[in-house]
Design a protein around this ligand. Structure first.
Ligand SMILES: NC(=O)c1ccc[n+]([C@@H]2O[C@H](COP(=O)([O-])OP(=O)(O)OC[C@H]3O[C@@H](n4cnc5c(N)ncnc54)[C@H](O)[C@@H]3O)[C@@H](O)[C@H]2O)c1
Length: 299
């Protein structure tokens, strides 16, 4: 193998995911440094670590704070970040950084503009958690439909009379409107259809005809989707176009008995507007896996 000038390269490894380790290693090889030293971070996943250690030396940056600062990566050629953030200064001022890996597909926690300016590659792992997120979406829908969260709390408090107040409904035949028809949107569509739901989709980058050719309903506009869906589920990235995309106006045209599901990213839904819609019964419920500010305070 050709000797690289990056023979002592080091990578910071943020958390478990083997896929990202492989993606970073691949990116490093492409960039010409096959011998890498990894610096892992926090909890270790043994299978993932084995894969990483084939490519590099691995060590842990022991730190509780989610923010990765330039002091954390002075010696590293790469970093794998799961839920932490890397701001502009950390990226621009790090002397050796060449690649940032993120398990999953979203990279809204990384300043990609700064990475581009610094010539630092940002790599993600499309599909790594597609099925998990789609299944989680269905889990949240069923939790709401069967009132599981409410009944679980009541039973634990000894309020068995909850049985006579059980407010469940069947999801078969309900119309689910998917915002975003990428990896996760498509998988959620497949699972929803298998459960007998009527699937419709809005994605400005996927022609309606293509959506209909697969057997789902295509919506030409977001308002079409919002007005006609019993369940609206977001599968879109967070970026300048989608920040607060679901606000007062959008919630205002949703059906009063509808459910909003967000397993995409906090920040795509205006949470003040959502609270207002829930308090005024503008919509029936919201099932959120993500929040604009994480971690959320207890409530
Ligand atoms: N909750 C979690 O743990 C978790 C895990 C993984 C991914 N995610 C989120 O899920 C999102 C989707 O993941 P994916 O793998 O399907 O990504 P993807 O890139 O495959 O698909 C995203 C789709 O959204 C569409 N889109 C963009 N803007 C839109 C808009 N304004 N309206 C409707 N559609 C729009 C795109 O055209 C694309 O088809 C990610 O960006 C990420 O933020 C969340």
């Amino acid at each position: 193998m050709k000797k690289s000038k990056y023979t002592d390269a080091r990578i910071s490894y943020a958390l478990q995911q083997a896929e990202t380790g492989t993606a970073v290693a691949e990116a490093c090889r492409t960039m010409g440094f096959p011998e890498i030293t990894f610096h892992p971070w926090r909890k270790k996943h043994s299978d993932g670590m084995k894969i990483l250690e084939k490519e590099a030396q691995v060590s842990v940056l022991d730190k509780k704070a989610l923010e990765i600062t330039r002091e954390d990566i002075t010696e590293q050629d790469g970093v794998i970040v799961r839920i932490g953030t890397m701001d502009r200064n950390a990226i621009l001022e790090s002397k050796r950084l060449k690649v940032i890996g993120r398990p999953g597909v979203g990279f809204d926690n990384i300043d990609v503009q700064a990475a581009t300016e610094a010539g630092v590659l940002v790599v993600v792992t499309p599909n790594a958690n597609t099925l998990s997120v789609a299944e989680h979406t269905i889990a949240l829908i069923l939790t709401f439909a069967k009132d599981i969260h409410y009944c679980d709390r009541a039973i634990r408090q000894g309020r068995f009379e909850v049985r006579s107040r059980y407010r469940a409904f069947e999801i078969q035949g309900k119309k689910i409107g998917l915002m975003g028809f990428g990896h996760i949107g498509r998988e959620t569509a497949r699972l929803s259809k298998a459960l007998g739901m009527d699937v419709q989709v809005y994605d400005p980058l996927v022609p309606t005809a293509d959506i209909e050719a697969i057997g789902y309903g295509g919506c030409d506009s977001l308002s079409d989707l919002l007005e006609t869906s019993d369940i609206v589920s977001l599968h879109i990235p967070l970026n300048n176009e989608t920040r607060n995309l679901i606000g007062r106006g959008e919630l205002g045209i949703m059906k009063k008995d509808s459910l909003l599901v967000n397993c995409a990213r906090g920040g795509t839904v205006d949470e003040d507007a959502l609270r207002e819609a829930l308090e005024t019964h503008g919509i029936a419920g919201a099932a959120l896996d993500v929040f604009a500010r994480e971690p959320v305070a207890a409530s």
